[in-house]
Design a protein around this ligand. Structure first.
Ligand code: WQD
Length: 337
């Protein structure tokens, strides 16, 4: 069973390749290395004993995508991670985001549409819910107008897939991630942010290691118990496992739904200060931070109702915030040593 993982050397992609290989799937990875490194292949091999097939290709080139599927006509499942994901950058350069995230998706679907049947898993985001009115957020919660071109590419991506699935042999699963963090417990793979991290956890670990002077906590005047924003931080290994289960569900399809959507989170919200506390506990270090103004575009609260993923997929997170912080910290120490 050959599965294509696009963006398979990225943060979530690489952890998913590990879980797929552990379950016996044959994986072919496409990655253009724009936000990843070929060294990740070594980490995957160290964990699983197997190097996946790898092709350094750019999905923004239609002829490249066409050629790939000619050479790999036996691919019958695609997990599509390849995308740009920096919210701020997307505001400054929207066309880059529409080109990277939408063109590549369209070219992939154009090839899959030619097949009698195909299975497609899409990396979506809880960002589609914006500031949801009620917590926890379930899959039927309203989709809000996107707050950034990045967020818009996720919404548009979901719509494109839904439209195409209706008129083709493609069945799809849309996975809406909450906040993925952590690293593989082997510390062979983890997150490799380029430049100054925009996300909380890599910024914390880089501050802990001395690469950054202090963390800026964006606002403590939110209507939450400690005044800082609340998110649902999910261990990347738990998240990766959900992809394998979603793929198995598609491969053994027993229902009529062409597209199914699942929230992937822990169901538990943690504040910024709670994440800092968890870091301090597992690292034994005091974290330097100061409270600054709110960051534009941040929602106050977002955590998942995981009932659907728990019941329908039979998937549940197994790892705690502390385990995630511990692995993120070990990973940071390893890559700086
Ligand atoms: C988490 C919390 C910040 C950095 C974003 C995207 C989303 C998804 C994941 C990805 C917030 C606070 C952060 C810092 C801070 N997309 N924070 N100081 O904003 O929930 O989600 O990343 O691919 O679409 O929007 O995650 O990690 O940036 O922030 O105080 O230096 O940490 O205000 O409350 P967010 P985040």
């Amino acid at each position: 069973m050959k599965i294509l993982v696009t963006g398979g050397l990225g943060f979530i992609g690489s952890h998913t390749v590990v879980e797929l290989q552990n379950e016996g799937f044959e994986v072919v990875v496409i990655d253009n290395l724009s936000n990843s490194s070929e060294d990740v292949l070594k980490g995957i091999e160290a964990i699983t004993g197997k190097k996946p097939l790898f092709e350094k290709l750019d999905l923004r080139e239609k002829s490249v995508v066409q050629d790939f599927f000619k050479r790999h006509s036996d691919v019958n499942g695609v997990i599509h991670f390849a995308a740009s994901k920096a919210v701020g950058e997307s505001v400054g350069n929207p066309l880059l985001y529409y080109e990277n995230n939408i063109n590549s998706l369209v070219y992939l679907l154009q090839e899959l549409e030619k097949k009698e049947s195909a299975n497609f898993i899409f990396s979506s985001s809880c960002t589609v819910y914006g500031q949801a009115e009620t917590m926890p957020i379930n899959e039927d919660s309203a989709i809000q107008p996107a707050m950034s071109p990045y967020g818009n590419t996720k919404q548009i991506g979901e719509e494109i897939i839904t439209d195409v699935a209706k008129v083709s042999g493609i069945n799809a699963v849309l996975l809406r991630y909450f906040n993925p963090i952590g690293a593989h417990p082997s510390v062979e793979i983890g997150e490799l942010p380029i430049g100054v991290p925009q996300n909380l956890v890599p910024f914390i670990t880089q501050t802990g290691i001395g690469l950054r002077k202090e963390l800026m906590v964006y606002g403590n005047d939110y209507p939450t118990p400690d005044g800082t924003c609340i998110r649902d931080y999910i261990h990347v290994v738990d998240l990766a496992k959900a992809h394998v289960i979603a793929l198995q569900r598609l491969l053994n399809k027993k229902n009529e739904e062409k597209v199914e959507t699942f929230n992937l989170g822990t169901g538990v919200g943690s504040s910024v200060l709670e994440v800092i506390n968890a870091f301090e506990k597992v690292s034994g270090k005091k974290l330097a931070y100061q409270i600054v103004d709110r960051r534009e575009g941040d929602v106050t609260l977002a955590y998942a109702n995981t009932d659907k993923a728990n019941k329908v997929l039979g998937w549940k997170t197994q790892l705690s915030l502390e385990q995630a912080m511990e692995s993120a910290w070990k990973w940071e120490q390893k890559i700086r040593s």
